[in-house]
Design a protein around this ligand. Structure first.
Ligand SMILES: [Fe+2]
Length: 205
């Protein structure tokens, strides 16, 4: 499976090289990367871009509300748009993704993809945004199909994007989830998840 996906990616190797050179000199253009893997005009492109914009705008609203946090808004703008870039690898027909991997893998697979663009910091946002983050212990105990390492958002920007992502789903694009619903959802995974979200809510709202 991996071979197929990576073979597919190699088709874009020339474009990627140009882009990584560009990134050293200019800001990252997330739409250029998205458009390479999601056909413009397709349903999945619409869903991904809309969701990512919602998460970006929520994260930027936190930055605006909290200047004392000194958040890197340029980075948030780029990384929020790219945080779900890995969904096309996964099987999630409801959002028009027809890959071969389990949905939970989209984080680290998107991260691996962004590393090929020489975007290691953006990559960490991808692999650390599932739930409120996944510890190595959780990955091991639940036998998740993920690399064996902590995937917990550490930088403030990683935390704000992970927090903002909890308000939006790709299957229901119209409005933000109420807090109660987010807490209930996270509660299925454990009390610590809800506690972490509550801490973020206090800090970021
Ligand atoms: Fe997301």
């Amino acid at each position: 499976m991996f071979q197929n996906n990576y073979a597919k990616l190699s088709l874009f190797s020339n474009q990627k090289h140009e882009m990584s050179v560009m990134n050293d000199e200019l800001k990252v253009n997330p739409m250029e990367i998205i458009n390479q893997y999601y056909p413009v005009g397709s349903k999945v492109h619409f869903i991904l871009v809309k969701h990512s914009e919602q998460v970006r705008d929520k994260a930027l609203s936190v930055a605006k509300k909290h200047p004392e946090l000194n958040l890197d808004t340029q980075f948030i703008t780029e990384a929020a748009m790219l945080h779900d870039i890995g969904i096309f690898y996964c099987e999630a027909p409801r959002i028009h993704c027809h890959g071969t991997h389990q949905y939970i893998e989209h984080g680290y697979m998107g991260a691996d993809l962004l590393r090929t663009f020489n975007l290691p910091k953006h990559a960490l946002v991808c692999e650390r945004h599932t739930g409120v983050g996944l510890s190595l212990e959780m990955i091991e105990i639940s036998k998740l199909p993920l690399p064996q390492r902590d995937m917990i958002p550490l930088s403030l920007e990683e935390q704000v994007i992970c927090y903002a992502d909890k308000f939006y789903s790709k299957t229901q694009l119209d409005e933000a989830h109420p807090i109660d619903r987010i807490r209930k959802y996270l509660g299925r995974y454990g009390e610590n998840e809800v506690r972490k979200f509550d801490e973020w809510h206090t800090q970021f709202e």
